[in-house]
Design a protein around this ligand. Structure first.
Ligand SMILES: [Zn+2]
Length: 329
């Protein structure tokens, strides 16, 4: 695929430079902690020690390409220090980074708030504390993986691949974080079913994580497979939900009437998020207009944070219901 203006040989030169074991550098998750860009003579890496240069889509290497409708604002081959600095520089990744870094702090705050303020007010058991915290820790892990990917993917092709795998693993962990409290509280009074569904969900999640070990899983050609796998993992939730509605006596149950609309909203948020992720709307129809603000990936990030927050609030509500009502099934 032709990439006018892209000095391929020079970039290979830079990648080759990355491959040497340098005495003054070390690696964290394939990020070379080095002093800069010695040995690189591509226009893409003619970056001074403390300056981030931004590039257009047709200038960046193939491993950073993926959305041609975001036309400019790309970083490429930044050293570790500039990847960190890009937290405070306006690029097309700035909002991708901050939406999920903000999400991380939000879920950390909620974990402290619930453990020290909310749960002590109710007859919460140790398992309630553990499950609420585990769910929020999964969300925090998911947010940090995503933040890391958007900060460090521009460092090199190796770093990009490694961090994409981390980002995708974070999504699986985030889905587990949704299931854990939901199944625990929905089947609060039905411990056999609760344990069975928790085991199945853990197995499905582990299977998703194992699928990611496939060498081509992270490539752009597998994007539809990835969407299908995550959709299946999320869609599986319909089975315990339908079973739970049946066991509680259907719509006549107050608990069912309270919880089913929340599940419905959650699925609608999930569909909306996946819709942005796979359609590249709105920039698909206005290329270059949403490069920095309002692109589909930023909207996907925001909807994910909203969905996690909504689901956490719903889980807490059903917990409070269960701790204040007798088991009826
Ligand atoms: Zn992302």
């Amino acid at each position: 695929m032709g990439r006018p203006g892209f000095e391929e040989s020079s970039v290979k030169n830079r990648q080759a430079t990355n491959g040497f074991a340098r005495t003054d550098s070390y690696h964290i998750m394939d990020i070379e902690i080095d002093r800069g860009l010695d040995g690189c003579n591509s226009s893409l890496c003619s970056v001074r020690e403390n300056e981030i240069q931004l590039h257009k889509y047709h200038e960046i290497p193939e491993f950073l390409q993926g959305n041609p409708y975001v036309v400019q604002g790309y970083r490429a081959f930044l050293p570790f220090s500039l990847c960190l600095k890009s937290l405070f520089v306006w690029t097309n990744e700035t909002l991708n980074i901050w939406t999920h870094l903000g999400g991380f702090f939000l879920f950390m705050f909620l974990m402290l708030f619930d453990n020290f303020i909310v749960l002590p007010k109710y007859a919460a058991t140790y398992s309630d504390y553990i499950i609420i915290s585990l769910g929020l820790l999964c969300f925090q892990f998911c947010m940090l993986c995503s933040t890391g990917f958007h900060m460090f993917a521009c460092h090199s092709e190796r770093a990009s691949k490694r961090w994409l795998a981390v980002d995708l693993a974070g999504i699986s962990i985030g889905v587990i974080g949704c299931y854990l409290p939901a199944v625990h509280y929905a089947f609060y009074c039905l411990s056999i079913w609760r344990d069975l569904y928790l085991i199945i969900i853990c197995l499905l999640s582990v299977a998703t994580l194992v699928a990611q070990l496939h060498p081509r899983y992270s490539t752009s050609t597998f994007v539809h497979h990835r969407v299908l796998i995550y959709s299946s993992l999320v869609a599986y939730g319909i089975i315990p939900t339908a079973h739970w509605v049946y066991l509680n006596g259907g719509w006549s149950s107050e608990l069912v009437r309270m919880f089913v609309p929340k599940v419905t909203v959650m699925y609608m948020l999930g569909l909306l998020a996946l819709g942005f992720y796979s359609s590249k709307f709105p920039e698909r129809f206005f290329p270059g207009t949403f490069d920095y603000i309002g692109s589909s990936h930023q909207l996907w990030h925001i909807v994910v944070v909203v969905a996690f927050t909504w689901w956490h609030a719903a889980g807490k509500e059903i917990l409070l219901y269960q701790t204040t009502h007798e088991c009826v099934v």
